[in-house]
Design a protein around this ligand. Structure first.
Ligand SMILES: [Zn+2]
Length: 288
C-alpha cells in the first residue's frame, strides 16, 4: 500500500491527485492539439521513428494521494482558481486580473509545481514517464498545502511572459542545489520550472537566504505568492523561456559561523566570476 505523498501518513486511494487538473487538460484539448512535443531537460523525447513524441491529447500526471488531502487541495487550490484560469489560459495568460485573482492563480501553480516532479508522480504515457524529471521536493515542503497556513515566506514563485523559443539568457543567477554549514548540516534548495503557452513559472524554496531576481528588479517578472501583482501579463516584455540561466552548484559551503537566518546578502546575478561579488565573504566553496 502506497501512502499519500502530500501528508505522508494516510494511505493513497483511487487514482490519486491530478497534478494538472482534469478540467484544465480537457479545456486545453478542446482548444486544439498540443502545439509542442514532449521534452526532458531540453531534449526532445523520440518515438521509434525518431520523430519527437507528440500526442493529440494532453497527458495526465497523477500522484498517490489520500481522500482527505485530495478534498483539501480541491477546496483550497482548485475551486478558487478555476474560473480565473479558464479565462486567462486560453489567451496565453494575457488579460486583466485583480491582485486576488493572481494570488489564486499563484497558489494553484505552486501546488502543481510542488507535485509535478515527485518521484511517485506517474505520467500517463510510459515513455514520458521514463524520461520524467525528478525533483528534490519532500513531504515537509507540502505541509502548508493541507494545514491551512500560508505559503512559507521563502517559497517564491516567479512568473514572466514567455515564448516557447529558446533565446539569449538575460542573466545568470546563482542558486545552490544544497547549502552546507560549518557543522556539516545541509539544506536543499529545490526548484521546478515549467513553461506553458505564454508564461514561464519558477518555484524555488530558499530558506533563510533571499534571492534578488533580476527580472523582478527591472519589472519584467512577478512574484506571485507574496507580492501579488495586479494587471495584465501583456504589460511585461515577451522573453525567451530560458531568460534566466540558473547556475546550480551541487553544494555551496558557507563560511564558518554563517547561518541561513535571513541575514546573508541575497543570491543574485553572476557577472564575471562564478560567485557574485557580494557573496565572496559568504561562500567558502562551491562545487559546480
Ligand atoms: Zn494525504
Amino acid at each position: 500500500m502506497v501512502n499519500c505523498v502530500i501528508c505522508g501518513i494516510r494511505p493513497a486511494v483511487g487514482k490519486g491527485e491530478h497534478v494538472w487538473p482534469a478540467w484544465f487538460l480537457k479545456d486545453a484539448d478542446a482548444a486544439g492539439a498540443p502545439s509542442f512535443g514532449w521534452s526532458s531537460n531540453g531534449e526532445a523525447l523520440l518515438n521509434r521513428d525518431d520523430e519527437p513524441l507528440h500526442f493529440a491529447e494532453r497527458q495526465r500526471l497523477l500522484v498517490p494521494a489520500c481522500r482527505s488531502c485530495n478534498a483539501t487541495l480541491d477546496t483550497r487550490f482548485e475551486k478558487p482558481a478555476k474560473e480565473i484560469v479558464r479565462r486567462l489560459a486560453p489567451n496565453s495568460w494575457v488579460g486583466d486580473a485583480e491582485a486576488r485573482e493572481w494570488a489564486a492563480v499563484g497558489l494553484w501553480f505552486a501546488k502543481i509545481l510542488l507535485l509535478a516532479t515527485h518521484p511517485l508522480a506517474m505520467h500517463q504515457h510510459p515513455k514520458i514517464n521514463k524520461h520524467r524529471i525528478i525533483g528534490d521536493w519532500e513531504t515537509e515542503h507540502f505541509s502548508w498545502l493541507i494545514d491551512g497556513t500560508p505559503p512559507p515566506p521563502d517559497l517564491s514563485l516567479w512568473a514572466f511572459r514567455a515564448e516557447r523559443e529558446k533565446g539569449t539568457p538575460t542573466a545568470r543567477v546563482l542558486l545552490p542545489k544544497v547549502v552546507q554549514l560549518d557543522d556539516g548540516s545541509t539544506t536543499p534548495f529545490p526548484m521546478t520550472m515549467i513553461t506553458l503557452e505564454g508564461i514561464c513559472l519558477t518555484l524555488v524554496y530558499h530558506p533563510g537566504w533571499a534571492i534578488d531576481h533580476p527580472l523582478v528588479a527591472e519589472g519584467a517578472a512577478w512574484e506571485l505568492l507574496h507580492n501579488t501583482p495586479e494587471g495584465d501579463l501583456a504589460d511585461l516584455p515577451l522573453l525567451p523561456f530560458n531568460a534566466i540561466n540558473w547556475r546550480r552548484p551541487n553544494t555551496v559551503v558557507l563560511e564558518d559561523g554563517l547561518r541561513l537566518d535571513g541575514t546573508l546578502p541575497p543570491l543574485g546575478v553572476i557577472t564575471g566570476s562564478p560567485i557574485p561579488g557580494s557573496l565572496i565573504d559568504v561562500i567558502r566553496a562551491a562545487s559546480f
